[in-house]
Design a binder for this molecule. Structure first.
Ligand code: CU
Length: 319
């Protein structure tokens, strides 16, 4: 979709995210079950995260079972605090403090990294997925270009050693004129000469298969490269509040059955009807690219049509 192409160009380095399960169950209880399936992540480097459920998963003991990830800056005793809530020098720094109030310095590796930082403007443009470095005192820092004015949501996705995988979100502000962008729903994304087609429906409350098919110049891409231990990482954000959802890839590179494209399979479960922004990171020929989609929730095949879902998303506005 042209909008997506435009947005991709907008977004600087883009990387994306979505990780396969690294905070499995983050938004949705049933994903916990999927994540625990043998072989899904266990073969990956850093695979100790296999089967993790976030603390709010309905199937994992927790205090807030129904709350999607990323909506709070503090949860489960962990708090995300940016060093500068108005970062203007091209870097972004933050700390995660633990239940004892001190900065956390011990994190587990998930999807090859101890910290995944996703930043997107509140209108879901400029998506970036980066991996900050931690100093000895627990301060994480990364170069981060935020070229346009507005309010941005920063999501820190991590697993404190001995704690549950957690995603916290906090807003940071960039001075300047804010010109919000609206996104037209569509199932085709163009990025750097690649075309990515989205198949499958997001069905609220149900684990739903989603397939992304990558081609270039009409030729299916069959030599995708592993990126963060998967052939694709998908992040979904709910329009309106930017609830942060992980989507889990089916299969891992090297498992003997997962092809390196053109199709990358995921299982997604969204908590409610509405419009979601999907960001697929994939790597080919040594570069990571991000394909963006805007999709209203659909209905399960054969299920009664839910008139609220399509109507809600028809104009691409989540609210
Ligand atoms: Cu990451």
């Amino acid at each position: 979709m042209n909008t997506a192409a435009k947005l991709s160009a907008y977004g600087a380095a883009l990387a994306l995210l979505l990780t396969a399960g690294w905070a499995t169950g983050t938004a949705v209880g049933p994903l916990t079950t999927a994540a625990a399936a043998p072989g899904e992540h266990g073969a990956m480097p850093g695979g100790e995260d296999a089967g993790h459920g976030d603390d709010h998963s309905g199937t994992v003991a927790g205090t807030t079972p129904d709350q999607p990830a990323g909506l709070a800056s503090s949860r489960g005793g962990y708090t995300l605090t940016p060093t500068d809530p108005t970062p203007t020098d091209g870097t972004f720094s933050f700390v995660v403090t633990g239940p004892d109030g001190a900065p956390v310095t011990a994190f587990d590796v998930e999807h090859d990294k101890r910290m995944h930082l996703i930043v997107v403007r509140r209108d879901t443009t400029g998506f970036q997925h980066v991996h900050p470095e931690m100093s000895a005192d627990g301060t994480w820092s990364t170069p981060l270009a935020l070229p346009a004015g507005g309010s941005y949501r920063a999501f820190a996705d991590f697993a404190p050693t001995g704690g549950e995988p957690t995603t916290l979100g906090v807003d940071v502000s960039v001075p300047g004129v804010y010109e919000p962008v609206t996104h037209t729903p569509g199932r085709t994304a163009q990025v750097d000469g690649y075309t990515v087609e989205l198949g499958g429906d997001l069905v609220p409350g149900q684990a739903s298969p989603v397939t992304l098919t990558v081609s270039r110049d009409g030729v299916p891409v069959t030599d995708l490269q592993p990126y963060l231990a998967a052939y694709g990482h998908l992040v979904a954000l709910r329009e309106g509040d930017l609830a942060y959802l992980h989507v889990h890839p089916e299969g891992a590179p090297g498992d003997g059955v997962t092809p390196a494209g053109p199709q990358v399979e995921f299982v997604a479960e969204v908590p409610s009807a509405g419009v979601y922004r999907l960001f697929l990171d994939f790597q080919h020929e040594g570069r990571v690219r991000t394909a963006e989609f805007t999709v209203p929730t659909g209905t399960a095949a054969g299920a009664p049509t839910d008139p609220a879902a399509p109507a809600h998303g028809a104009d691409g506005h989540g609210h």
